[in-house]
Ligand binder design. Structure first.
Ligand SMILES: [Zn+2]
Ligand SMILES: [Zn+2]
Length: 822
């Protein structure tokens, strides 16, 4: 029996908070259970029990835990251990990890917003308690309402338990801005109260409704829709279909239910049901795939992590599928991590055909209820399954995890930039695997410098697969010198004649074209050609991107929208011109070149809804559309059989980005996007347009020379002491007042220098020095690999505590760490 509990709160606070365990909860409370606690003025939160103990705090009075929300822990061992590791390693609070780890439906707090599920039906057999019905009634009369406001209106206290029950019944949603994508799990049907063929009863029903026109209409519509007369053919009728066909309201139906004429019943439907799904057997492996498969299994005898370096189109997915199947045979669970939601779309069909119901998908485009569903499913039983997901799926309650596959391991999108925890899901997945005693497979055509270094220096095993699937050739890469083409006045807007020619030829052969530009919007900049005035964001130090579709200027950093002025505000002339090319403009321009060709665009603006990815990918896969214009979204491992040509419209911004990883990023992106060209019949062509045709990165891509690129890159990293030869921690300071920030950051960096010496670089203003009205300074800490990171982090916390004591302005300064920045 324990009297006190350490509670993790979903707040950016270091450490845990001590609460008193009331006697009635004493026997039931367990580590990993959710509790309801009060914190701050009148606010309550869902917290997680971190530890239980009997050490009464001496310097403060503890509050009671208000309520225990679970009979059983909602976390499984070793999840809390993983949370600890993340908070230690990435220098963030446990509360931040908690917030990132658990879906909103499992962490109700007073500020949580609740919405009614329009599809919800109250059934007689569900006996919702009176208070639950009152709350439901209140919520249904509003668009969305905060729990704290429901409490005020109803006078009920601690509504979390009630709301949680309503969430479980899918009567309400939480924190869902868009619910129109939600697919109900339950469908409601209507039936007559008598058996089929019981004409006597049907006649008596007609007698009962004779005087009521609407009821009669509804009854007739039902008989017609259900083919009642045919007797043999039982057709079930969805309630919503019946109501919409007959044009009769729910109230009329309710009356007929009360009269004992009709009844409604529910049926559970499978959310992941795919139409006309064929079951497939395991894919047969080619000789080289088979060898890689055995090499991987072999490597696990000695190493826990293996890097599979397979060129694009070498058929890594088939190898994964065979490994998954082997793991399932051993009754293990598998986590299959991909960097982009778009990839889950293509893989879902593939994996579903082989593994059926054992496949679970987890990402943020799913509604919160769907995510809670998967969480609970994994919690309930530890049966073998595959979870296909993005970053956040590393937080699921796995049990008996056997294998983690990190596909496209080089992708920077595995790293969460904002908010905290700034974790790298690839690295967390490896830690998760080791906690379960599971193996990890990192797969990619372009290994990250760090992973390849680890794989060639004994930390990981390395398996290489150099042969493309079914003998497909690597694409031919042609480089177009933009400077020369411009000088010769050959350019047609952003398109070189070379790119247009190969594209035209491909389209004539009924093949497809991908055009890649890493900028969304219509034009990245607007400028006055008289006085060079450029519209900038009021809140950030960036120029605004012009979006033609909405005819607005948008800040891509804070989302703020501005009207495009008619006249230049500076010189009052109608001389504003758009400069440069975003995906929207390229889509427009290519349409004028190939007017009758169906074109698709894939970028952040066209994929905001849950199903928009599916739609674009499906259309392009089927060949309905011939040209796909896109940002880096199109580079990430998508497979399209009909693509003959890939055009990189401007490689310069990628190459010239001032960062030690810019060559790595540029090589990966160019090599990956090239890999989209030429799948089956015929060699693909890649056209790279650049003003630096002789840049080494361009040359390595030209020859598909990973080894050359790696050797050059690793040499530079060693010389300039960058990862993997050192560890980096970026420290960011933010403040509204630039002067205060300058002084504070200099003082802070000097204090760091007293301890870390030359390892401290900065403070410097980053390239974008102000975002959302906050000025920014960056300090880089470069630490030798041999140094104890634990000690480094302890010192960092100490220095922060010291400066808080001597400089009060530090309290109004935001400070955070980015460990292993990407
Ligand atoms: Zn802005
Ligand atoms: Zn002007």
């Amino acid at each position: 029996m324990f009297s006190f509990a350490e509670i993790i709160l979903p707040l950016p606070l270091y450490g845990t908070y001590t609460y008193h365990v009331p006697e009635e909860l004493n026997a039931k409370i367990k580590i990993g259970c959710r509790v309801l606690v009060q914190f701050g003025q009148k606010k309550y939160y869902t917290g997680i029990v971190y530890t239980l103990h009997n050490n009464k705090p001496e310097d403060f009075v503890t509050k009671d835990i208000e309520d225990l929300l679970d009979d059983y822990p909602i976390l499984r061992y070793p999840q809390l251990k993983l949370w600890d590791w993340i908070s230690d390693y990435y220098l963030c609070s446990l509360g931040d990890v908690f917030k990132a780890a658990i879906p909103a439906g499992l962490k109700i707090e007073s500020e949580t917003e609740v919405r009614i599920n329009p599809d919800f039906e109250v059934m007689q057999d569900e006996n919702l308690k009176e208070r639950e019905l009152i709350v439901l009634d209140f919520v249904s009369s509003r668009d969305s309402v905060k729990i704290i406001d429901i409490e005020k209106a109803t006078g009920f206290k601690n509504l979390a338990t009630i709301v949680m029950r309503l969430i479980e019944q899918e009567a309400v949603f939480v924190n869902e801005k868009v619910i129109n994508n939600y697919k109900p799990k339950i469908e409601v049907y209507v039936a007559l109260c008598c058996d089929r063929g019981d004409e006597t009863s049907v006649h008596s029903y007609f007698d009962l409704v004779r005087a009521y026109k609407k009821q009669e209409t509804l009854l007739l519509t039902y008989l017609e829709m259900s083919h009642w007369m045919r007797k043999s053919d039982t057709k079930e009728i969805l309630k919503k279909d019946l109501l919409s066909r007959s044009g009769i309201t729910q109230q009329v139906l309710s009356t007929m239910i009360k009269k004992g004429i009709m009844r409604i019943y529910k049926k559970e439907i499978n959310r992941f049901k795919l139409a006309s799904m064929e079951i497939e057997t395991l894919p047969t492996l080619s000789e080289s795939q088979q060898k890689a498969y055995w090499d991987i299994l072999d490597s696990y005898k000695e190493k826990n992590i293996t890097l599979l370096h397979g060129v694009t189109s070498s058929g890594k997915t088939e190898i994964y599928i065979n490994l998954i199947s082997e793991m399932l045979r051993q009754k293990k669970q598998i986590l299959y991590l991909v960097p982009e939601i778009a990839l889950t779309t293509q893989l879902t069909y593939r994996l579903k055909r082989v593994f059926g119901e054992m496949l679970l998908i987890y990402h943020s485009k799913f509604s919160d209820n769907e995510r809670v569903d998967i969480w609970k499913k994994l919690l309930k039983n530890g049966s073998p399954c595959i979870v296909l997901g993005v970053r956040s799926s590393v937080f699921l309650p796995f049990n008996n995890l056997g294998l983690v596959i990190v596909d496209e391991e080089h992708e920077t999108s595995f790293k969460q930039q904002d908010p905290s925890p700034r974790y790298n899901a690839r690295n967390v997945a490896m830690v998760l695997a080791s906690m379960h005693g599971a193996k990890t497979l990192l797969g990619t055509a372009t290994p990250s410098i760090d992973s390849y270094y680890n794989a060639t220096h004994g930390k990981y095993a390395l398996v290489e697969l150099n042969e493309r699937y079914e003998g497909i050739e690597l694409p031919e890469v042609r480089v177009v010198d933009l400077k020369l083409a411009r000088k010769r006045r050959e350019m047609k807007g952003i398109f070189s004649p070379e790119l247009l020619n190969v594209s035209r030829k491909a389209l004539e052969e009924d093949k497809q074209v991908i055009l890649f530009q890493n900028r969304r919007g219509y034009a990245p900049m607007v400028m006055c050609k008289e006085c060079a005035w450029v519209p900038k964001c009021d809140n950030c130090d960036v120029s605004l991107t012009y979006h033609k579709y909405t005819n607005t200027l948008i800040c891509h950093y804070c989302g703020f929208t501005y009207q495009l002025p008619q006249l230049c505000p500076s010189c009052k002339q109608p001389t504003l011109e758009i400069e440069g090319y975003g995906t929207e403009r390229i889509e427009d321009d290519i349409e004028t070149v190939f007017p009758d060709t169906p074109i698709l665009r894939m970028d952040l603006d066209t994929t905001r809804n849950k199903n928009s990815y599916e739609k674009i990918i499906e259309d392009f896969s089927k060949g309905t559309s011939k040209i796909l214009v896109g940002t880096q979204m199109v580079t990430k491992g998508l497979d399209f059989a009909g693509v003959k040509v890939v055009g990189v419209l401007n490689a310069d911004s990628m190459i010239n980005f001032p960062d030690f990883r810019s060559h790595e990023r540029a090589f990966n992106m160019l090599e990956q996007v090239s890999g989209r060209a030429g799948r089956k019949d015929g060699r693909g062509v890649v056209v790279i347009q650049t003003s630096n045709p002789n840049h080494p990165v361009i040359n390595y891509v030209l020859n598909h020379d990973y080894a050359g690129y790696y050797n050059n890159e690793i040499e530079e990293r060693e010389y300039f002491k960058y990862p993997p030869f050192t560890k980096l921690i970026n420290i960011y300071l933010k403040h509204r007042d630039d002067n205060v920030l300058t002084e504070v950051s200099v003082r802070y960096s000097n204090m760091l220098r007293e301890v870390f010496g030359y390892r401290v670089l900065g403070p410097e203003a980053p390239m974008i020095a102000r975002i959302q009205q906050l000025h920014i300074r960056q300090i880089v800490l470069k630490i030798e690999n041999e140094a104890s990171m634990l000690k480094v982090k302890k010192i960092l916390r100490q220095v922060y505590e010291n400066i808080i004591k001597v400089d009060s302005r530090m309290k109004s300064t935001i400070l955070y760490y980015d460990v292993d920045p990407m």
